[in-house]
Write a protein that binds this ligand. Structure first.
Ligand code: ATP
Ligand code: MG
Ligand code: FE
Length: 334
């Protein structure tokens, strides 16, 4: 089984060819970060325009690198949502055109299902499993009893982790996207600032990061106003420590309560070095298997969409040729 997968939900234009849901024959990613940097975030109109300009080339490159023709394909998959509607539409229309022209089944994929299934490109999944999803727009603990079944047992009530990282970075004057810069600074500093941890109700697997984010920003402004020195490395280290402590503690508790065989990490923030090593420290001595994707499969890419699509292919869950981009697509009921 060979699937051509397309991802255009945000600011990466990507196409990949995936064999049997686990082998990457090609995975071409064109990032637009440079174009959005001077605006301090993703500008939807600019993102759509870049996708239009790039999509045909990226698909051709993915097919060429995989050394396959459209006739060899089993299906075409595309990120259906969530994401920026104008960005999603470019990928969806490209996928529809190819599927229609070559009489191939079309598969709509949930972007977060893609982030989770990135792990399948690295290792065989074993159910039931638990995934900590940490990305630019999502922070969730997802329980999966079997392939294709997603239960969100906890989620953020305000900011996503990646969003908090990017806002804190911006306040510190770091370029967009700020996550990797904070991660780097954090390793050069000590967690000397006393920042809050939002545990919420005792039995809750939900998260909240807006209080922590505001606390960092207030700390910075107050100190500046009083003419006191702020050590960015230490502030970054304190912020990162608070984030990781809450994420890892809740993940561990959920793993114990749900008795899962595997714990997966997924999403752009899964690239965070501190988070990766703390999860390893906590889970590696236990019998639970911890899966963490390599860095290039953590941030947005089409290979992960192809991996998730393979499950739908086996279940024959195909989309009609009138598939639309759906910015509000629900992970649990797709
Ligand atoms: P979503 O997947 O929720 O739709 P998205 O696709 O925009 O959102 P991703 O591309 O999955 O998000 O992840 C991007 C986010 O990951 C950004 O917020 C970025 O700052 C963050 N990020 C990337 N690397 C790191 C890192 N090393 N440490 C912390 N955050 C990071
Ligand atoms: Mg991105
Ligand atoms: Fe993403």
């Amino acid at each position: 089984e060979l699937i051509l997968a397309i991802e255009t939900s945000c600011d990466e234009t990507s196409a990949a060819v995936i064999k049997n849901g686990e082998e990457i024959l090609s995975n071409i990613v064109s990032s637009q970060i440079e174009s959005h940097k001077r605006f301090g975030g993703v500008v939807p109109e600019i993102a759509s325009r870049h996708h239009v300009e790039q999509i045909t080339l990226i698909i051709e490159e993915a097919m060429k690198e995989a050394e396959v023709t459209f006739q060899d394909l089993s299906a075409v998959a595309v990120t259906e949502g969530p994401g920026l509607v104008g960005a999603l539409l470019i990928g969806v229309n490209a996928a529809k055109a190819i599927a229609f022209a070559h009489d191939l089944p079309l598969i709509g994929v949930h972007h977060i299902a893609g982030h989770i299934y990135a792990n399948q490109l690295v290792h065989k999944l074993q159910f039931p499993l638990l995934t900590l999803v940490v990305s630019g727009g999502h922070t969730e603990l997802v329980y999966m009893e079997k392939n294709g079944s997603f239960e969100i047992i906890g989620e953020t009530r305000d900011d996503a982790v990646g969003e908090a990282y990017d806002k804190v970075a911006r306040t510190l004057g770091l370029p967009y996207p700020g996550g990797p810069h904070i991660d780097k600074l954090a390793h050069e500093g000590k967690p000397t600032y006393d920042l809050p941890r939002a545990w919420l109700e005792q039995d809750s697997f939900d998260f909240s990061f807006s209080g922590l984010k505001s606390s960092v920003i207030n700390n910075l402004h107050n100190k500046k106003q009083r003419g006191e020195e702020v050590i960015p490395e230490d502030l970054a280290a304190s912020f990162q420590e608070s984030v990781i402590e809450v994420l890892v503690t809740k993940t561990k508790k959920a793993q114990e309560q749900y008795r899962v065989a595997q714990v997966l990490l997924a999403g752009g923030v899964a690239a965070n070095k501190g988070l990766r090593s703390e999860l390893q420290r906590v889970f590696e001595p236990s019998e639970v298997e911890l899966l963490i994707p390599p860095l290039n499969l953590c941030t947005d890419n089409a290979a992960m969409i192809g991996a998730a699509a393979s499950i739908k292919f086996k279940q024959k869950k195909f989309a009609a040729y009138d598939l639309n981009g759906n910015p509000g697509l629900d992970l649990e009921n797709q």
